[in-house]
Design a binder for this molecule. Structure first.
Ligand code: MG
Length: 349
């Protein structure tokens, strides 16, 4: 088993091991005295994995119940959270009980937010089952829901007490959703790890998936521990995201997955900075080739003007402007604030 310790305000470990879902109850019991455990999962994941987690919880003395919601990003809303609260109340969930997020990013974000807010905060465990949630969203304590006007606009920082990552769950993941996670994986290579990037170039990601998960989680841990509340260095995790979010928005959140949009956003921003002499020559080509290799989109029908316009209202903007993350070369990046009035001129070329 691989273990990554996360020393945030409330420290917790991440365990990575094949088949760990079947022993979830044992590891949760080591870290929780709860009487009751609620598994929160969606209609895609619950039929495959909820039984195994529930049995393991029962074997370890938990009283269990399962809350299932309809799968899809459009359910990541306050109305789903309210249904969860009612469910918790009906099942006598107290402050010392525990929630288990079993599923992808939507499940993790919502369960975390319900845990952060119900009775002013109860424990929760992340069992991410998609590549995106395993390498990215289950680590770091960002929780929340979407509003009709924008994604992730309401939420809280709330760390889990434990993260259990079972790479076997990726076997049931359709290729499109595997690629969704690959967008974030490529991002980690770009911002922090030339060696990871090289391995993605030379090997097949599915063959080295354990190493990939471990490496990404470790990079994210290091960044999050230094900047838990996202006021500084953590911004580099948004490499590719400013244009990525714009692309998602333009496609009505249906044409492209988040990871695909992030990867394409990374390619686009690097195209600009390489042209301007900010980024080492050849970097853009390497990203382009990686996107082709992993069957990700590498061009878009939208004009640069539309994309720039769509970055307006980005959550990452400050009063002064928009923070862009630029690469010096593969593995080295920095934060660059561009004042709003200069954004268009910057990207004109
Ligand atoms: Mg992301």
């Amino acid at each position: 088993m691989k273990i990554v310790d996360v020393n945030t305000g409330r420290p917790y470990p991440i365990y990575i091991e094949h088949g760990i879902i079947g022993s979830a109850g044992k590891y949760i019991r080591e870290r929780s005295d709860a009487v009751r455990a609620v598994i929160v999962s969606d209609s895609n994941v619950a039929p495959i994995y909820a039984d195994r987690v529930e049995n393991s919880l029962k074997e370890n003395g938990f009283e269990t119940s399962v809350f299932v919601f309809e799968a899809g990003e459009e359910r990541k809303r306050l109305c789903t959270i309210e249904k969860m609260y009612s469910f918790f109340y009906e099942h006598d969930i107290t402050r010392t009980d525990v929630l288990i997020a079993l599923g992808g990013g939507v499940t993790g974000d919502m369960t975390g937010f319900a845990a952060a807010s119900y009775l002013r905060g109860i424990d929760f465990v992340q069992i991410p089952t998609s590549l995106l949630s395993q390498v990215d969203s289950s680590v770091g304590g960002k929780t929340g829901v979407d509003l009709p006007v924008g994604k992730n606009l309401v939420g809280a920082f709330w760390q889990p007490i434990l993260v259990l990552i079972d790479p076997d769950t990726l076997d049931t993941l359709p290729q499109k959703f595997f690629n969704d996670g690959m967008g974030e994986v490529i991002k980690y290579g770009c911002i922090k790890s030339p060696s990871l990037f090289k391995r993605l170039e030379n090997e097949n990601a599915r063959d080295i998936i354990d190493d990939i998960i471990y490496e990404c989680v470790t990079i994210k841990r290091d960044i999050v521990v230094n900047d838990e509340r996202d006021t500084g260095e953590r911004a580099i995790l948004n490499f590719g995201h400013t244009f990525g979010h714009a692309l998602e928005k333009l496609s009505g959140y249906s044409g492209m997955t988040h990871g695909e949009a992030v990867a394409l956003g990374a390619l686009m921003i690097t195209g600009v900075t390489e042209n301007k002499g900010i980024t080492e020559i050849g970097t853009c080509d390497r990203i382009f080739n990686l996107l082709k290799k992993y069957d990700m989109p590498f061009k878009t029908e939208y004009s640069f003007e539309d994309i720039i316009k769509a970055t307006r209202g980005d959550k990452k903007s400050t009063g002064k402007g928009l923070n862009f993350i630029f690469l010096r070369e593969i593995g080295t990046c920095f934060i660059n604030l561009i004042p709003f009035e200069k954004i268009e001129a910057f990207f004109e070329t």
